[in-house]
Design a protein around this ligand. Sequence first.
Ligand code: SF4
Ligand SMILES: [Zn+2]
Length: 355
Amino acid sequence: MEIQNLMQEIRENALDKMEKRSPEDLAASWSGEDILYSGKGNTIFIVLPTSGCAWAVSVSGGCTMCSYVADSPLEKVDSEELIDIFKKSIGKYEIKEKTVVKIFVSGSFLNPNEIPVRARNEILKILKNKENIEEVVVESRPEYITAEVLKECCKFLGNKIFEIGIGLETSNDYTREEKINKGFSREDFERALEIIKTTNLDCDVKAKAYLFVKPILTSEKNAIDEAVKSAEYAESVGVSRISFCPATIHKDTLMELLWKGGSYQPPWIWSIMEIIKQVRKSLDIPVIMDTAGFGSRRGPYNCKKCNSLLKNMIIDSNLNQTIPEDFECECKDKWRSEIEYGDITRSTTNLIRKK
Ligand code: SF4
Ligand SMILES: [Zn+2]
């Protein structure tokens, strides 16, 4: 496939430029407030280094917007080292009542070639023994979600919520295949959900869908419509939570190449507000909007006057699951014309560039 050849070339160039870093250096963690299934609580976020997302290092070249492979040591990290890094990371935090632990591996936690089974089981066992932890959240592509793996995870995690975030990105198979190069279909996603729903398990396994806002070659208006449709689809097939990821430009990706050439611009924050307003009205499940990169040159952007204000309104809307209030700023008319005329001009960048 043409896009895969291109992605392979981009990835090879990125890997050539990459500075080698140790697994310890690549690990990271932080804490904050979050919304749990039981209401407002706390989160501890832990990034574990692995040999890299199997999809990104395969002949596919990976997804068009993702540079997580650059956060990998690109060599096997053995179980002992991973367990040690995990223990050190979680040991830094006081585990308050109502805590969710999110483990991010820049790929699939359930793929034994990325996280060895021994490390996976040991990490879950450590979390099982911490009473204040209500939920454990991991990420995985659908092909690694099997009844066997889920049963084993539940055996080690015990009686907690185990949420698996799947990067569905969009409900549109064409967009996922041709614009994102994701390499799995809606059918694959639904198969994984079916396994989660029908397997008899000792812990409460839930599925979350990650949805990407504004893939390459998508107009501002279509980005809004597709995001809303995708969320409605994800709820209808049984996901328990949705997390939107509005585009930010990662280094050494096809998205960056198009952005540098003036053929792509991340979404307006107005568009993000519009998506939240629509999905809060039409969906019953919790929806979170990631605000990483908001107001930066490489992320969702409105204008200097309203970027931070709207970002804070969105963070508040995440924690309370409320519809943000209407807000006006002089930049909103530019966004309105983008929505109105972007399709006529077939523009996938902004009509008036905002720098
Ligand atoms: S988006 Fe996920 S599946 Fe795609 S390359 Fe990045 S980590 Fe891998
Ligand atoms: Zn503004």
